[in-house]
Design a protein around this ligand. Sequence first.
Ligand SMILES: [Zn+2]
Ligand SMILES: [Zn+2]
Ligand SMILES: [Zn+2]
Length: 277
Amino acid sequence: MKIQYLGTAAAEGIPAMFCTCELCRKTARAGSAEARCRSSVLINDQILIDLTPDIYYQKMRWNLDLSQLEAVFVTHSHTDHFDGAELTRRSAADYCKPAWERPLLVYGNRKVCGFGRRSLREEFGMEENPSIVFHELVPYETVKLCGLTVTAIPAQHDPQEDCLIYLIEDENSRFLYGNDTGLLLEETYTHLGNKPFDLISLDCTFGARKAREGRHMGFSENWEFLQELQKHGCYSKSTKVYATHFSHNCGMLQQELEQEGSKYGIHAAYDGLICII
Ligand SMILES: [Zn+2]
Ligand SMILES: [Zn+2]
Ligand SMILES: [Zn+2]
């Protein structure tokens, strides 16, 4: 399985759009090597997790062929994770010459699908479009496509909707994409398959700081998360762990995040990172 990180920042990006904090100023000086788009990953060039407001820039920066996309799995409706307006550009009606026969499949909770349909309605005056098909997911639902099995796992993030993280498996490997979320409910860990993951990606919005409210994590909560996974047989010494979804409030550049994470055996993801598992 090929996993490419297209973005590794929280909602405001790094440097944040209107910010003058020290990290944002340092990042602006360092240029694209330290810059972080809003978080998403591309799997096997065919499956996108989260469609962010940065998708067009990401396509150009990493020379992505998004015509190959088969499906988008959306974690939740927050605007750093789902940009319905950008999705409308996939419409064969006006905005692109289709090189495919199948529609793009968009999976998400009820609120995400509602936002997606509303974007189509605002753009085209109707909620149905032959180029885009929405599927409402419920927690623990499994979808098989493109040789992958994708399972929706309930996140602990925003009680106003069923926020999801995703477990992605093929014949040889297992990947957990874990943002946005705090620590999971005890009962949820038992649904993760009692088998070590090859790669785990975790919400590290707070970096070295203590996370507030349980909706996001920092490195110390990531470590607690990993201990829970270990108890349930899902984390072993050979599991690779990457932190992502960093806020500028962390105040840390890549090397500093990497150093802090090394105390817990966690690496800091960066935009463009490709992992093969
Ligand atoms: Zn987010
Ligand atoms: Zn800032
Ligand atoms: Zn969120």
